[in-house]
Write a new protein. Structure first.
Length: 115
């Protein structure tokens, strides 16, 4: 059974930084693309960034230049380094993967950017 567990969220002031982690189990991690999504109150869940098995990355325009996605296949983990955080980055952040045409999600970690 695939399990994804996020950690690293919290309260940070505008301009600050946070690093999210996603620990994966139950899959051959190195084979699959991974991604971070987020959902703000009253809004739909949106894609933030992805990293392929080969290390290629994608970012939504609103986080380009501020966020960095990475993975460590040796420890089955993915990360999201978030810098220069803004109030509009406030959301629950979810780890995601798709294996054998099934979507798997973590439980989410809250990120709140507020003075």
């Amino acid at each position: 059974q695939v399990q994804l567990v996020e950690s690293g969220g919290g309260l940070v002031q505008p301009g600050g930084s946070l690093r999210l982690s996603c620990a994966a189990s139950g899959l051959t991690f190195v084979l699959y693309s991974m991604g971070w999504y987020r959902q703000a109150p009253g809004k739909q869940r949106e894609l933030v960034a992805t990293v392929t098995s080969g290390g290629s990355t994608y970012y939504v325009d609103s986080v380009k230049g501020r966020f960095s996605i990475s993975r460590d296949n040796a420890v089955n983990s993915m990360y999201l380094q978030m810098n220069t955080l803004k109030s509009e980055d406030t959301a629950v952040y979810y780890c995601h993967t798709n294996t054998l045409q099934r979507d798997f999600w973590g439980q989410g970690t809250q990120v709140t950017v507020s003075a």
